[in-house]
Structure formats: C-alpha cells, structure tokens
Ligand binder design. Structure first.
Ligand code: SAJ
Length: 408
C-alpha cells in the first residue's frame, strides 16, 4: 500500500492529509512544531474550519498517524510556509528547501516529492532541483519532483478540496498521471497536467488576478466616496452588464495568499508589474482609508476619545479565525504609527487576546464604545446587528441594513 508523508500540518497540510487518509491512503502527518503534533495525537484541532472535526474523526478511524519526524514513504507532500522577504518582496524559500533536504535524508530512491506550497515562478528550478542534484540524485529517476499548488479557500476548504479543479506540474506525463491518480482518490473535479514552471506561474497568477480585481472595487469605493455616490449601487447596476463582474470593496486585503503572492511577481519582474504593484498599493491603502472615515465620523459627532471607537473583527475575512495580514491588524499598525492608542477590538472567533484592548465579551465591547467599525462580516454580527443599532456604525463590509450606517 502507498504511504504518504504530509509535511507541514497548517491550514492546507492538515485538511489535505486528513482527506487522503479518509480516502484510504496510509498517511503520516509531520510537523516540526511539537505542540501541533501533541495536540493532534490527543485528538485536538488547533484551528476551526467547517467540517474539519468530522474529517479528522474519519481520518483517525482510518489510522492517520502524526509524528515530529519525517518518515520513509513513497510520496511526500510539502505544505510548508513560503513567506516573502519584506525588503525585496521576493519569496523566501527557506522552509521548502529545508523540508526537501529533510525528505532526502529519509526517503528511498524512487520516491516522489510533491510541493503544494505556493512558490514564485522558477523557484523549483532555482532552489529545489540543485538541492536534489547535490545529493547525486537524478531527478526523474532517483526522485520525482511535482508541483501541485492548492486552491482551497479558508471557510470552505473541505468542500473545495473535493470539488475544485487542480493543477499538477511535473517533468513527465507518466509521473503527472500517477500523481493525478493519487489526488483523484478524493478530488472529484478536473485535474490538469502541465509542467512545473506553468504550475508555479498559474498559482501565483490566480491570486494576483483576484488582488487586482479587489483593488478595482476598492478604487471605485474611493472615487464614489469623493463624490458621495453609493458604490454598492454602482456595482449592483454595472454587474447587470453580461461582461462585468465587479467584486466587493472592503477595509483591505488580508490572508496569507492574495496579499502576498502578487509581491512575488513584483519582486521578480519589477519593470513589468505596474498594474499588479498599483493594485497592491490600493489594497494596502484601504486601512488608512477606513481611518479617514473614522476620523470624519468622530468629527461629525463630536467624539474626541479614540477609546470610544471599537473595531469589530480581527480575522482577515468572515467566519474564519485566521488573523494573518488582516486589515484590522494593518489598521492597528497605522494607528500605532500615529500614536493613537486605546481603540477597542472584538472578534468572536479570535478567542485568545492577540492585541491591546481586545475585549473578550461582545456585550462589554458594545457597552464601552460609541462607534463600531465593522471590519469583518462574520455571521455573528449579522445575527446580532440589532444589539448595535443604537451605535454609530461604519460598515466597511456593507452587511447591515441599518439606514444610518456609514459606509466605506
Ligand atoms: N476580499 C475583498 N473583496 C472581495 C473578496 C475578497 O475585499 O470581493 C478580501 C477578503 O475580505 C480578504 C481577502 O480579500 O481579506 C482575501 O480573501 P478571499 O476570500 O478572496 O481569498 P483567500 O485569501 O481566503 O484565498 C485565496 C483564494 N484564491 C482565489 O480566490 C484566487 C483561494 O482559492 C486560494 O487557495 C488561497 O487564496 C491560497 O491559499 O492561495
């Protein structure tokens, strides 16, 4: 029976490992963080996601194992972080490189290494192939190399794992077909085969496409604000055109994908990425735009005390507890730079305090502030909108039907 070692049990690696196990593959999940391994061994999950608990139970019944160590396996899936270097905007491949090295330390000849982590175009040629060749291995004979970027969206991961189409990049069709068969154990959608460089590029382009389109909606929001036009009305009307599909403006773009991947292209092709860079800047400017709106609302209502302002939502988007690169964190950073301290924060899904003045109880939060800025459209606020209707509201996500609410 095929053995699969999934390396990196984060937001992508864990659901993927569980899904393979549920579908009859022998899986060992590995992470260098012993807390994660201990918690999984005890049967405890460390992040929330629709359907994840059920999937975990099914995978455990099928004998999934967790280990801090890399193990001997036929196939390895690497789902480790690929951050970008702040100054150069280029991808930092250190985690992928070190994971590949650790795999090479344990694997038998003939094993396959699948990189699921997002990497910028050319990373595998530049950084991964040399690591393998250094060991005297011939790629395609001693070790097979595959890039199979993920596409699942936090909040709907389990469904999308099964139903989204996938891309598999490999050096040979034969290896591609074999890996396609492996993913077909759970993926019910089309699986396209291509080469590794195209798989790298298409992944980064997908997220960049979304970033650019969100930037368009955000710029529109600013234009409409300047002229006091309702941007949502404009988008609703424009989207009736059969070839127009404008996304929704918001307080910024967060998460570890859309706000990060376009930088790989900007870092690698600085002279060719005018549109992409501008889009990034527009999206990054949105927290500042929200601050401008808050300042106006405070002035208009004669509120001088910043501690009367409450930010609702800390995660990067609705109904997830992931706060990476979240617009609220970006906004708090801006406030900090302006030496404005004391703004209150609340998020029903972020149960550990991670910022100053984060309240843990919704009622306390509502009682302590006069202005509530809806930064994230969690179901929780939609269900409790009545409890805040007496407050001044800045609804950056356009989720409330309250007439008096201020908009972006
Ligand atoms: N956002 C807007 N307006 C919109 C849509 C989104 O402001 O109309 C904001 C969200 O609030 C959030 C950010 O953009 O802050 C990103 O959210 P998202 O839901 O668009 O995407 P992610 O980052 O959760 O997941 C993306 C997905 N990529 C694409 O849709 C092209 C997902 O399929 C990828 O797997 C994931 O990135 C990844 O890991 O690369």
């Amino acid at each position: 029976m095929l053995t699969l070692n999934v390396i990196g049990l984060g937001y992508i690696g864990l659901p993927t490992a569980l899904m393979f196990a549920k579908n009859g593959i022998k899986v060992i999940g590995t992470d260098y963080n012993s807390e994660i391994i201990e918690s999984l061994k005890k049967g405890e999950l460390f992040f929330q996601e629709d359907g994840l608990e059920e999937l975990f139970d099914e995978a455990c019944l099928n004998g999934i194992e967790f280990s801090k160590e890399y193990v001997k396996a036929d196939t390895y899936i690497l789902a480790v972080p690929t951050p970008y270097i702040e100054e150069s905007k280029k991808l930092d491949p250190q985690y992928v490189i070190s994971a590949v090295k650790s795999v090479l330390d344990v694997c038998d000849k003939g094993s396959s290494i699948i990189i699921e982590s997002t990497v910028s175009p050319g990373t595998i040629d530049k950084h991964i192939r040399p690591e393998i060749e250094k060991r005297g291995y011939t790629i395609g004979i001693d070790v097979h190399l595959i890039h199979a970027p993920e596409r699942i969206i936090p909040g709907n991961m389990i469904y999308e794992l099964v139903h989204n189409s996938r891309t598999i990049g490999s050096d040979s069709l034969e290896v591609g077909e074999r890996i396609k068969k492996l993913y077909s154990s759970f993926c019910k959608s089309e699986i396209l085969l291509t080469n590794i460089r195209s798989a790298e590029m298409s992944k980064v382009i997908e997220n960049t496409y979304r970033d650019v389109n969100i930037a368009f909606a955000n710029e529109l929001a600013k234009i409409c604000r300047a002229d006091d036009i309702d941007v949502y009305e404009i988008i609703r009307i424009a989207n009736k055109h059969p070839r127009v599909n404008i996304l929704q403006p918001g307080p910024g773009v967060g998460g570890h994908c859309i706000s990060v991947d376009p930088w790989f292209l900007v870092g690698d092709y600085p002279d060719l990425t005018n549109l992409i860079l501008t889009a990034r800047k527009i999206n990054d400017s949105m927290p500042e735009h929200v601050l401008g709106r808050v300042r106006n609302i405070m002035r208009e209502n004669n509120i001088r005390d910043i501690s009367k302002v409450g930010l609702y939502g800390l995660s990067y988007k609705e109904n997830v507890d992931d706060t990476r690169e979240s617009p609220t964190l970006q906004l708090l950073e801006r406030l900090d730079e302006h030496l404005a301290f004391g703004v209150k924060v609340y998020d029903p899904l972020v149960v550990e305090p991670i910022v100053e003045n984060q309240l843990m109880n919704f009622e306390d939060f509502v009682n302590e502030v006069e202005i509530i800025v809806i930064m994230v459209g969690h179901d929780h606020i939609k269900e409790n909108i009545n409890l805040i209707k007496e407050k001044l509201i800045l609804d950056t996500k356009n989720i409330s039907a309250i007439k008096s609410a201020y908009k972006l």
